[in-house]
Ligand binder design. Structure first.
Ligand code: PXP
Length: 240
């Protein structure tokens, strides 16, 4: 079954709005785990406007599920990941002032850079995932440079879902088939929600993990965190 990793950046954004520790990022992360999430994702950015570097150090020893750190691999990020040694690092090509990630890596142009990084993380036992668009060429290069997984950038799927879900998922299905053929793991994330998630995972049941933040935290305002996480987990259950 596809695993759910909850991205808790939005909780940090809310906390940072008032300067104290309410809501507590650590408490919410532990509650997500208690309510059934199989992983926690954080995305520290250079200006620490959401998750702070210190949050990452504080979370790591307390979590009991999979810890995924995603972000642009500048020197500070690389050092953080090597020190914290999460289960997985997801490399994302976002610039420091980007509101949110808006594209995947060009794994052809940045092949050498990514290959060297992947080797560094693999050496200390950290699984690597490369954020890519649903593009067969990008998946092929990610596999060739030695990444353990790719994470498909699902915003274009989410944007087109309401108009035509079959068309929306077609390039993702092709990219996902390529990943399976090459024996590389498959993650997915960005703008997945309670409306579009089940169809994605039913069509591509070999997705290893989805990482979901924005919509899940918004849903939790109405449903509560426990019910929300269970609703997302229900979307991931594949009926055979
Ligand atoms: N995956 C990556 C690489 C991301 O940058 C983000 C957003 O921080 C997500 C997944 C989660 O996206 P969303 O918040 O839209 O669920």
């Amino acid at each position: 079954m596809t695993q759910l990793s909850v991205n808790i950046n939005k909780i940090a954004t809310l906390r940072n709005a008032r300067g104290g520790n309410n809501p507590s990022v650590l408490k919410v992360a532990l509650d997500c785990e208690r309510f059934g999430a199989q992983g926690i994702t954080v995305h520290p950015r250079p200006d620490e406007r959401h998750i702070r570097y210190q949050d990452v150090y504080d979370l790591c020893p307390e979590l009991t599920t999979e810890f995924n750190i995603e972000g642009y691999p500048n020197e500070r990020f690389i050092e953080l990941v090597l020190q914290v040694k999460p289960h997985q690092v997801t490399l994302v090509p976002d610039s420091p002032d980007q509101i949110t990630s808006n594209t995947g890596w060009d794994t052809k142009t940045h092949f050498d850079f990514l290959r060297d990084l992947v080797a560094r993380f693999n050496q200390v036992g950290i699984r690597t995932s490369i954020f890519v668009n649903a593009d067969i060429e990008m998946v092929k290069n990610a596999a060739k440079l030695g990444a353990d997984r790719v994470e498909l950038y699902t915003e274009p799927y989410a944007a087109q879902y309401a108009n035509n879900k079959e068309e929306a998922i077609a390039p993702f299905f092709e990219a996902a088939k390529e990943a399976r053929k090459l024996g590389i793991g498959l993650n997915a994330g960005h703008d997945l929600n309670l409306q579009n998630l089940a169809f994605f995972c039913q069509t591509i049941p070999w997705v290893d993990e989805v990482s979901i933040g924005h919509a899940l935290i918004c849903d939790a305002l109405y449903l509560g965190l426990d019910k929300t996480i269970k609703a997302y987990l229900a979307c991931l259950k594949i009926e055979n």
